[in-house]
Design a protein around this ligand. Structure first.
Ligand SMILES: *[C@@H]1O[C@H](CO)[C@@H](O)[C@H](O)[C@H]1NC(C)=O
Ligand SMILES: *[C@@H]1O[C@H](CO)[C@@H](O)[C@H](O)[C@H]1NC(C)=O
Ligand SMILES: *[C@@H]1O[C@H](CO)[C@@H](O)[C@H](O)[C@H]1NC(C)=O
Length: 449
């Protein structure tokens, strides 16, 4: 039994152990390795199990391919043709976390989750170009080379208004951010009407994690502080010194470790470990009773930049709690197509103090607040932002119109420097009931995330 198989068995045993009566358990050991000869890393990804409850809600658990980590190492991996439930379905919930070889959750203070993305692509059948190669070869502007995975720009060059990525994605707050979708709503996948002849829907998985065992400055490594990665001469597009962010912690780079002297050496264990992203999709078969949702990602930065830096504030004696050391950033961004907001939640990094989203007339849509861990258990790691609250407006109560300009506001503590932070709102929007018709492949459905 290889390690991967033993992990699957372990996970399945865990699930069987807490299975409730009435749940039909269908255990599938599907190793999706049919693409022999093509260098797809996903060939050892696996579906661990699919279970179904009497209401028809199915729960599928998947594992990413193995990712090997060492103290201080960064992995920013792209896997083509990741597993996802097949067929025309409506997703009711999506969650993920990082696990070790025994299937146990790994806490953020050992393995920081910078982000993951699982993106649907419309890929030509038998098309051998590996999407992830194109993705990693290019930077933001090269997304236009990937019409199968990224929507085309409505107005080329105006990034904030473009490229609404499809799929699912979140960062370190992945364990404590509500993600369920209330009835009768769902996020559609595998709609044959949206897939052109000769194409198929595939999923690209991107996992960016940082092994902070034994590092000198765990939060600095997590914030991709350039000096900790031995980068001292990076300049931004607009000519400023690049202190930290995504471009300082790329795949296989290393964050500075504690000097391995007698005192410090015992604090960490210089071992390689294999880690996996375990993701759980709850879904139902598509039926006309499902009201489809569109996802929009609203950035407080220019869409081209995504990240920004805050602090340190002038008052250097200030503690993290000092109210004077709040950095507020705002932006107004359009909703491409209106409807009823069914779900909203923000994404921030460590230092985040909450975000708000307002309608054009000033009324609040959502206030999403962070929670910080206080202990060591996965989901409660002291000093880390471990969750964001989500808003579930009463369906029909919060309407936005086509092109309405929403105000996104992001607060951070600026008591100390935070590099590469983000301020993003994800919203899920349903068509107005009066305009709901059968789903057609439209421009807008391509803009769905
Ligand atoms: C950083 O650079 C120093 C000096 O060149 C080198 O000794 C060290 O191994 C490097 N550290 C990392 C994490 O690459
Ligand atoms: C280091 O890791 C090995 C293998 O996982 C383990 O057996 C050992 O006990 C660990 N040592 C410490 C000091 O944690
Ligand atoms: C963000 O900060 C501003 C200004 O300090 C404040 O008015 C607003 O209520 C804050 N928002 C959140 C979500 O805390």
């Amino acid at each position: 039994m290889d390690r991967k198989t033993s992990l699957q068995v372990h996970l399945v045993r865990n699930m069987a152990g807490c299975g409730r009566s009435g749940i039909l358990t269908v255990i599938l050991f599907l190793l999706s390795s049919s693409n022999m000869g093509i260098m797809l890393i996903s060939s050892d990804a696996a579906e661990v199990s699919t279970t179904s409850d009497p209401s028809g809600l199915k729960t599928s658990v998947f594992l990413s391919p193995e990712i090997v980590m060492e103290p201080g190492s960064v992995a920013n991996k792209f896997f083509d043709k990741a597993d996802f439930p097949k067929g025309h379905i409506a997703v009711k919930d999506f969650s993920a976390e990082m696990v070790d070889e025994s299937g146990a959750s790994i806490p953020l203070h050992q393995l920081y989750v910078h982000h993951y993305l699982l993106i649907p692509c419309k890929q030509k059948k038998n098309y051998n170009t590996v999407i992830s190669d194109l993705f990693t070869a290019g930077k933001q502007e090269k997304h236009h080379r990937l019409p199968e995975c990224f929507t085309r720009a409505a107005k080329p060059g105006r990034c904030r208004y473009d490229n609404f990525l499809g799929g699912y994605g979140i960062g370190a707050e992945l364990r404590r951010t509500p993600t369920r979708i209330p009835d009768p709503y769902g996020r559609v996948a595998g709609n044959p009407a949206e897939i052109m002849p000769g194409y198929e829907e595939t999923w690209m998985l991107n996992v960016h994690v940082i092994d902070t065992r034994g590092v000198e400055d765990p939060v600095g490594c997590a914030e991709c502080r350039c000096d900790l990665y031995n980068i001292t001469d990076k300049i931004t597009d607009d000519g400023r010194f690049y202190v930290g962010g995504y471009f300082c912690c790329e795949d296989e780079w290393r964050c500075r470790l504690i000097k391995n002297d007698d005192d410090q050496g015992a604090k960490w264990n210089h071992t390689r470990t294999s880690v996996y992203m375990k993701y759980t999709v709850k879904w139902v078969d598509w039926s006309p009773s499902v009201a489809p949702l569109r996802k929009y990602t609203l950035y407080v930065t220019d869409r081209c930049k995504v990240e920004y830096d805050v602090g340190p504030c002038k008052n250097n004696n200030a503690g993290e709690d000092d109210d004077d050391c709040t950095h507020t950033r705002r932006a107004t961004v359009p909703v491409p197509k209106g409807g009823h907001v069914i779900y909203a939640a923000a994404h921030q990094h460590v230092g985040g103090m909450g975000m708000t989203l307002h309608k054009q007339d000033g009324r609040a849509i959502c206030k999403s607040m962070p929670s910080y861990g206080r202990g060591t258990a996965p989901g409660d790691e002291a000093g880390y932002l471990v969750g964001m609250s989500a808003c579930y407006p009463e369906p029909g109560s919060v309407a936005v119109s086509d092109g309405e300009m929403l105000t996104v506001e992001s607060n951070y503590s600026s008591a100390r420097l935070h590099t590469g932070v983000m301020g993003v709102f994800y919203i899920l929007v349903a068509d107005h009931p009066e305009t709901t018709t059968t789903v057609q492949p439209t421009q807008h459905s391509l803009m769905m995330e």
